[in-house]
Design a protein around this ligand. Sequence first.
Ligand code: AMP
Length: 384
Amino acid sequence: MKQAPVIKPGATIGILGGGQLGRMIALAGRAMGYRFLTMDPTPDAPCGQVADEQIVAAYDDAQAALELAEKSDLITYEFENVDATVAEILETKSFVPQGSRLLRITQNRIKEKTAIQEMGIPVAPFRVVASLQDLEAAIEELGLPAVLKTATGGYDGKGQWVLRKHEELGQAFAELSKAGVELIVEQFVPFTMEVSVIAARSLSGEVSTFPAAENVHVNNILHLSIVPARVSADIELRAKQIAEQIAEKLEVVGLIAVEMFVTADGSLYVNELAPRPHNSGHYTMDACVTSQFEQHLRAVCNLPLGSTRLLSPVVMVNILGEHMDATLAMVEKLPPTAKLHLYGKKESKEKRKMGHLNVLAATTEEALAIIDDLQIWNKVEVTQ
Ligand code: AMP
């Protein structure tokens, strides 16, 4: 068997995508001695600000992708919707340990859910919907409530419709089919909590998982990650085993974030996968021996994976555009165990992820109380 190569410090890593995930990969990797090159259409992008160089180009610019490939010893993605032609150029002209097979699966909810189900891991029962008749037949079987989703292109709750009454089916179908992509309808899972586990798998096949995060969403956008998650040891263990199994079966190289629903009887259902660092893993930057970003680099560079041990209870809270003014006003008053991370985005738009705060404390309750006291987020957001 051919020995997988080790990409040693000093090498140049190309990052397709210049957003905050790329930025935090580059920040972690610079400490490890790697150099970085990123490609993104926005000049001075969050990752461009901390990389050695940024190629300013659209994500589907083949010429620019060729330049990225030629200048990089290894390429990594920071988002899933990578253009197929660009992926092919990168893979033939450079080294892309993550590959593109996994992207093809995670870009499409139907493929993703089918793959997970085939592993014997529970997902919400679902049907593919190509017409209103399909939707009606599916609802006959699955019942209401149900969630109609676009199979591709949706994120942060976009491209989704929670169906509660039969009368809504026509309007929901008409609205979501405007996108011109396949649709999927899923049974609504009456979950009591959402958790996620990030697993890493290296080129050599070593697998490791981070502690489960309990995630609270507001308006479909991640608001808080609470770690340790307030679940039993058994649920934590099963959640990690599911993530490990998915990483192994899909032959992930790098990270895979596995989002799961927990129901009242302790069952777990996988909702979604992301083959990259994930917002719900930002807590690892200050609360674990190894951050998810360092772990991602260790995995793709084929270094031994780092310890994922949790050093302290932590709550991560997202800072969106609407929280920026209050955050900046509080900067001088932040408590000593509140670690602020800002992404260097020029324009602060509503709902745009601008940064996050990791609050370490003796307990997660204490961390939540500290966040509450800061009064950056409104009551609805904090008391969830
Ligand atoms: P997604 O884009 O699939 O991650 O879904 C966004 C959010 O919608 C999830 O975090 C859940 O809160 C909710 N959701 C999605 N699918 C379901 C489902 N089948 N049952 C209940 N809630 C869901």
